[in-house]
Design a protein around this ligand. Structure first.
Ligand code: GDP
Length: 524
């Protein structure tokens, strides 16, 4: 019997991993995929064997720099749940990409290095999740190494993040004597992730557990587990879902501890696809009609084809291969002929995807970040953010004959979200804006390798950029007329004000009270 829409939606879990670089996100991702099998979803998809790629081929620059600069999605199944794991770039220069990806998840796993605790990037990403009410499961990693006392780590989470903690598991020993994970409420344990099912015991004093610990540490460590059982807050599903409390799991992604506990927690406690806010109404995941939005565009996943993949998060209903969808921005209809699911190392055609799923839609520039696709309804999903760039440059071309080609290439890069593009009102050459300097390297590399356009960047006289608006249209026009040389238009033709420094911006903001200057714009 075919699965009902409600059942299919209920078993979806769409999440991201947030962490400071080096905490173990990549290792954990690999292990999740391994335990999840990263396999095809039975009956839902057909493998396309001759189109296997390795992720590392996606971008040369990623390899060269040894950092993940592209966001990707990985779908896998475990224990009856379908997981969509959205990868986020670790480097802060690509923060805007990460923030956009977080608009497409329902929960997040926060990975903390047990020796280092909460690090700056963890804190920053946590704050983004909190703004969006994304519930968080904590995974304290690297317990196989010298690490801090677990109580100290819990205290630090509570203090630095103002978030209640409820340890669900506890490490059985740590460092050299790390020997498994103990489930505090269930009184079960796992020696390692190789134990598919947790083993029941009477309590931490049971021989099966205490026997794992070195004699000289045994009493203290058993005592610690008993104290954790006694003294720590119990897990509260509602408080977790509302973002007030994080369940905490301990383990070692590298040595295969605690990953199974974590994946089970995501299945059991992680929220199913939530309702999404559109401009005119809230869209429930279980509504029959398909709606979705684009949060990421990725080019060059296949070096042989210059294709662009738009990653869409399905918000409601079922996206079926071959269906026609309305691109609300243009009002035109597009055929979804080859939506794709992504696994660890390959992608396969998706015959159907349900609310919560993330699929890639190959296209040649039709779809942009922030686009909404529906079965006809005119709604727009809001909230995929666009951040005011912090670095503004002019692109200098060595070969002036190629100016037209450059213009097209920059337009495409801007639609993919690689850079932002601003066309000055006074007709002077376009300005590109980025949040982090590495994005300029990516732009340069891609213009060279994909478009054979060697470019350099020139300082622009501007360093601050704000979108401008006003309730009174005439007032906005007056402002624009009075600052013609400092106004540019973004990809959507929305006006921005460019200033040489913050002081210049503040000065104008003081003088023009009716003008609103904003540093974040929703796409659309
Ligand atoms: P990312 O930057 O967060 O993606 O971190 P990686 O997964 O690349 O891990 C950073 C380093 O920590 C690598 O050398 C990993 O092998 C190591 N690592 C990750 N998890 C563990 C762990 O559980 N124990 C130990 N000892 N090392 C780990």
């Amino acid at each position: 019997m075919p699965e009902s829409l409600a059942d299919a939606v209920a078993r979806r879990r769409t999440f991201a991993i947030i962490s400071h670089p080096d905490a173990g996100k990549t290792t954990l991702t690999e292990k999740l995929l391994l335990f999840g099998g990263a396999i095809q979803l039975a009956g839902e998809v057909k493998a396309k064997k001759n189109r296997i790629q390795t992720r590392s081929d996606w971008m040369k620059i990623e390899r060269e720099r040894g950092i993940s600069v592209v966001t990707s999605v990985m779908t896998f199944e475990y224990g009856g749940h379908v997981f969509n794991l959205l990868d986020t770039p670790g480097h802060e220069d690509f923060a805007d990409d990460t923030y956009r990806t977080l608009t497409a998840v329902d929960s997040a796993v926060m990975v903390i290095d047990a020796a280092k605790g909460i690090e700056p990037r963890t804190l920053k990403l946590f704050e983004v999740c909190r703004l969006r009410d994304i519930p968080i499961i904590t995974f304290v990693n690297k317990l196989d190494r010298e690490s801090r006392d677990p109580f100290e780590i819990l205290d630090e989470i509570e203090e630095k993040l103002a978030l209640d903690t409820a340890p669900v598991t506890w490490p059985i020993g740590r460092g050299k004597s790390f020997a498994g994970t103990y489930h505090l409420a269930d009184n079960t344990f796992r020696h390692s992730d190789e134990d598919v099912k947790p083993i029941p015991v009477n309590g931490p004093e049971a021989d099966a557990i205490s026997g794992l610990l070195p004699e000289h540490e045994r009493d203290a460590l058993v005592e610690e587990m008993l104290l954790a059982k006694e003294a720590c807050k119990p897990f509260d599903l509602q408080a977790f879902r509302e973002g007030h409390l994080t369940p905490v799991y301990f383990g070692s992604a590298l040595r295969n501890y605690g990953v199974r506990d974590l994946i089970e927690a995501l299945g059991k406690y992680g929220p199913a696809p939530r309702a999404q806010e559109a401009d005119t109404r809230k869209v429930e995941a279980t509504e029959e009609k398909m709606t979705s939005f684009v949060f990421k565009i990725q080019a060059n996943m296949d070096p042989n084809h210059r294709d662009r993949i738009a990653f869409v998060r399905v918000c409601s209903g079922k996206l079926e291969r071959g269906m026609k969808a309305k691109l609300v921005r243009t009002g035109k209809s597009i055929s979804l002929t080859a939506p794709q699911f992504f696994f660890a190392k390959n992608r396969i055609t998706a015959d159907e995807a349900f609310a919560g799923d993330v699929v890639g839609i190959p296209n040649h520039g039709t779809l942009r970040i922030g686009d909404t696709l529906t079965e006809g309804e005119d709604i727009l999903f809001r909230g995929v953010p666009n951040f005011a760039p912090e670095i503004l440059r002019r692109v200098r071309l060595t070969d002036a004959m190629k100016a037209k080609k450059l213009k097209e290439a920059l337009q495409q890069m801007a639609e993919e979200g690689v850079v932002q593009l601003f066309s000055p009102e006074d007709g002077s050459p376009a300005i590109v804006g980025v949040v982090g300097a590495l994005q300029l390297d990516v732009l340069k590399e891609r213009l060279k390798s994909e478009y054979a356009l060697p470019v350099d960047f020139e300082a622009s006289r501007f360093s601050v950029c704000r979108w401008i608006s006003a309730e009174d249209r005439a007032e906005l026009e007056r402002f624009i007329a009075a600052h013609r040389g400092d106004i540019a238009r973004d990809l959507d033709d929305d006006p921005v004000f460019l200033a040489p420094h913050e002081f210049g911006l503040n000065y104008e903001a003081e003088r023009w009270k009716a003008i609103t200057f904003t540093a974040v714009k929703d796409y659309q």
